[in-house]
Design a protein around this ligand. Structure first.
Ligand code: SDX
Length: 427
């Protein structure tokens, strides 16, 4: 018998198995707790609860380690491509040359959207936030591709996964084009996944668009950095939505909605807006003081993380990518200096040191995306585009698990106990 944890409830002792992952903290299996004791556990925000078993991504938050299928994020960011990392996440192993070529070919051939979807965009106001458009259009995919929504059929699951990964750049670029009043640009199969996305976003039918290799590489790396991050809020949302048997397009739309919040993927937009508001380094201290003030709701955006109590390894890569993009585009954004200084001041402040608050993936990404030409409202869209592969891989992992059950948390009820209905004229 493996390790056991003992719990004493109302004078009776119960044993619970201690599960061991391949690496990481032990997990106490409390699935029988309610049946045995009549009690629930209480863990709002899931600070101590493993919601599932997964073999995709591992984070050691104390050491600042992030592994996809065992491979460190720094190595993937430096040597891999977003397509290769996507294959890795979906299939568990790095592809051979032929496997990668075949995967890229499949994804490339699914990039077009049903032509009628263009009409769907027209229902949105021109000033709609592109994340609002993303929630709507991605959810609507299930109305256009019903030939791949039978989740019990592995082939359907595979096709819908490929469709989602392939169409996301086309959908995201169209959301942008719609907001600036330019025509949608069709995908070009000669280009890479990321080159194609840049062309659909910044190209116009009137002239040839030239993809700048250094920008394409940086963008591709940003996609790798966002590809997956174990059981974060949006991924957990996708899993919970999927646990009821909902189709994958609907589940990914749910993930997009969750990602939008400023505490999650919306932080990249909020972080750049914050840097703009701070402006010059001489104003930083004022904002640091505000972030530390319990009575002020202001928080440093792009700072802090539920899991990382050390530097987010993605932020390190992101920071070094800023200069690369500036050099390639021959630009310089003074906000980068402000960001570097803000990081320096925050990290030397006891408040941030004690609470182990470090820059996260969202802190530097906005500066790069802004330099490439994206408006702030598109930042979270880009996060959603890249995270789609993680969502899809996690969803597939869950559906393929024969022991999968609908997610159904319980609660600590604090409302009124039973009482009798009072007719309106007696209240
Ligand atoms: C992402 O989970 C993932 O993996 C997400 C993600 C992914 O790839 O999927 O990594 C992407 O969502 C990154 C996080 C983006 N969000 C932000 O940058 C928003 C700013 N950060 C925070 O609001 C906050 O740090 C969270 C939401 C990221 C984490 O919240 P927790 O784990 O619930 O922590 P908390 O809010 O309880 O903070 C603990 C303490 C608090 O102080 P005390 O009440 O203990 O005194 O730290 C303080 C907080 O007030 N704190 C901050 C702070 N973040 C936390 N104080 C000032 N500025 C901050 N940014």
């Amino acid at each position: 018998m493996g390790d056991q944890a003992k719990l004493s409830v109302a004078g009776a002792e119960h044993d619970y198995a201690v599960l061991k992952g391949s690496v990481g903290p032990d997990v106490i299996d409390i699935r029988k707790l309610y049946a045995q004791t009549g009690a629930f556990t209480f863990d709002p925000g899931f600070t101590s609860t493993a919601s599932c078993e997964s073999a995709l991504t591992y984070i050691d938050g104390d050491e600042g380690v992030l592994l996809h299928r065992g491979y460190p994020i720094g190595q993937l960011a430096e040597n891999s491509s977003f397509m290769e990392t996507s294959y890795l996440l979906l299939n568990g192993e790095l592809p051979s040359k032929d496997e990668l070529a075949s995967f890229e070919n499949t994804i490339t051939r699914h990039t077009m959207l049903h032509e009628q979807l263009a009409n769907f965009y027209r229902g949105f106001r021109r000033d709609a936030h592109p994340m609002a458009i993303m929630c709507g259009v991605v959810g609507a995919l299930s109305a256009f591709y019903h030939d791949s929504t039978d989740i019990s059929d592995p082939e359907h699951r595979k096709i819908s996964s490929h469709r989602l990964i392939a169409k996301m750049p086309t959908i995201a670029a169209a959301a942008y084009k719609y907001s600036v009043g330019q025509p949608f640009v069709y995908p070009d199969n000669k280009l890479s996944y990321t080159g194609n996305f840049l062309r659909m976003t910044f190209g116009v039918p009137a002239e040839e668009y030239e993809v700048i290799p250094a920008v394409e590489k940086a963008m591709d790396r940003i996609f790798i950095l966002h590809a997956d991050h174990e059981q974060n809020a949006s991924t957990s949302t996708v899993r919970l939505a999927g646990s009821s048997g909902a189709n994958p397009f609907a589940c990914i739309a749910a993930g997009i909605a969750c990602l939008w919040g400023p505490a999650h993927g919306g932080a990249n937009e909020a972080a750049l807006n914050m840097l703009k508001e701070i402006g010059t380094p001489d104003r930083i201290q004022h904002y640091i003081d505000r972030a530390k003030d319990k009575n002020d709701p202001f928080r440093l955006m792009g700072f802090g993380h539920r899991v990382y109590k050390n530097y987010d390894p993605r932020a390190t890569v992101m920071q070094s990518t800023v200069r690369e993009v500036f050099d390639a585009l021959k630009v310089n954004d003074p906000l980068f200096e402000t960001a570097l200084r803000l990081e320096e001041i925050a990290l030397s402040d006891p408040y941030f040191a004690e609470k182990k608050l470090f820059p996260n993936v969202d802190f530097y990404s906005g500066i790069i995306l802004s330099a490439i030409g994206f408006p702030t409202t598109m930042f979270t869209v880009l996060f959603a585009l890249a995270r789609t592969v993680g969502w899809v891989a996690q969803w597939n992992e869950m559906i393929s698990d024969p022991g999968q059950k609908i997610g159904r948390p319980r609660q600590l009820y604090t409302g009124p106990t039973q009482r009798d209905y009072v007719p309106l004229d007696q209240r």
